[in-house]
Design a protein around this ligand. Structure first.
Ligand code: ZN
Length: 392
């Protein structure tokens, strides 16, 4: 599991090192550099690769292939020379915090419920962990608090390499059957797990663990987790977001959800009032119209097209119109929503002519055409009167 030249195992806090270039070849992803020693962690065990520099060359990926660690760089390095390596420490320490937090959470869930971690993804934004049994949000919150208490105790994290005999008597979490030298990572009171990743040396360095989501999956659950700096940054964002909502709604910081509920309720009441008033307004308009007109042109401000349609249908049913041309104000100036209705006359041809004259869009069926016009009210009404005349 561990090679002699893997400096990240000897000291996971090593940020800079010197090494000799063994080989450098050009590949598809840039140059592939092999060193005699390296502190660059190669992608593995769910932990992403380190980034950093080798002299002037940028290291953008690190992989282990046939037990050889390959550094992918943007510039060639000369075999036989010595180079200075610098690890992108922000990135690595973040991975150490996330990875160790994952151990604490997985170990605690395993201890309480016996569930196995059956999937682990350390992404750029969060950690996803899949467990093979059900959990409620309330149960998860209890476990999350226990995980944070383990962090506050600032316990040392041990890495050991037990021999086969010791391994037989050791109970530890493991994703697969292991052979050879097994690296055991122990977080006291929380977890014993075989793992090849890099971890912080004391639980306190994890800083904080926060579960942000829980979803049911295939008889188990998927947990979204943030640790350390990620949890802190998330807290800052959420806090600012909630402070903004609190100001906007003039609500206390822990009462923003109640304030939104109240707003939704009043919004629903307003919608019902607007609907009632619109119906009454259109009914009054209809009452004021005489019987037996062929064409009724009508404009109604701030009325939804669906209400215009209902209004037109009412006029035709009451025998007040054969053809209705209704329109209302649209999303911007000189844009109007229109609807043309008739139960006896095909409006297909007239609809096309009106669209051409009024920069219109839309269509429909011979008995109902709707869409938008880009024109003035005068232009629209003049076009209606010319195009929608009886006998055409
Ligand atoms: Zn680990």
């Amino acid at each position: 599991m561990e090679q002699m030249n893997e400096l990240f195992y000897k000291d996971p806090y090593l940020r800079e090192f010197d090494a000799e270039v063994i080989s450098c070849t050009e590949g598809k992803k840039g140059f592939e550099v092999v060193l005699n020693d390296t502190a660059f962690y190669p992608e593995g065990g769910g932990q992403p690769a380190d980034h950093g520099m080798l002299d002037e060359a940028v290291v953008s990926d690190v992989r282990k292939r046939d037990d050889v660690i390959i550094h992918y760089t943007d510039k060639p390095l000369t075999p036989g020379t010595r180079v200075h390596g610098v690890i992108d420490w922000e990135r690595r320490f973040d991975h150490m915090q996330q990875h160790t937090g994952e151990h604490i959470m997985s170990g605690i869930i395993h201890r309480h419920y016996g569930y196995e971690n059956v999937g682990f993804h350390l992404g750029a934004d969060n950690i996803l962990i899949d467990f093979d049994g059900p959990l409620t949000w309330e149960e998860l919150m209890v476990l999350e608090e226990e995980a944070n208490r383990a962090i506050w105790k600032n316990m040392p994290i041990q890495v050991t390499y037990p021999d086969d005999e010791e391994l037989k008597h050791l109970e530890f979490r493991s994703k697969k059957e292991l052979s050879g030298l097994v690296r055991i990572v122990e977080v006291p009171e929380c977890d014993i797990c075989a793992c090849c990743g890099t971890h912080v040396s004391r639980t306190g360095e994890v800083g904080m663990i926060k579960c942000t989501a829980l979803e049911n999956r295939k008889g188990g659950v998927r947990i979204t987790l943030l640790c350390g700096g990620r949890a802190y940054r998330d807290y800052c964002r959420q806090s600012e977001q909630n402070a903004d909502i609190s100001h906007l709604l003039a609500a206390k910081i822990y009462e923003t959800a109640d304030a939104v509920k109240a707003l939704q309720k009043s919004d629903g009441e307003k919608s019902r009032q607007i609907n009632t008033l619109t119906q009454r307004y259109l009914a009054l308009k209809a009452e004021a119209l005489p019987q037996g007109e062929y064409l009724v042109i009508d404009y109604a401000e701030d009325v939804r097209p669906v209400d215009l349609r209902e209004y037109g249908n009412r006029l035709m049913e009451e025998g007040k119109a054969v053809v209705c041309a209704m329109y209302t104000n649209g999303s911007e100036e000189n844009v109007y929503n229109y609807i043309l209705l008739s139960q006896t006359v095909s409006l297909r041809d007239a609809g096309k002519v009106l669209n051409e004259r009024l920069n219109g869009r839309g269509g429909g069926r011979p008995e109902m055409i709707q869409g938008t016009y880009r024109a003035t009210r005068e232009e629209i009404e003049a076009a209606f009167r010319e195009v929608l005349v009886q006998g055409r």
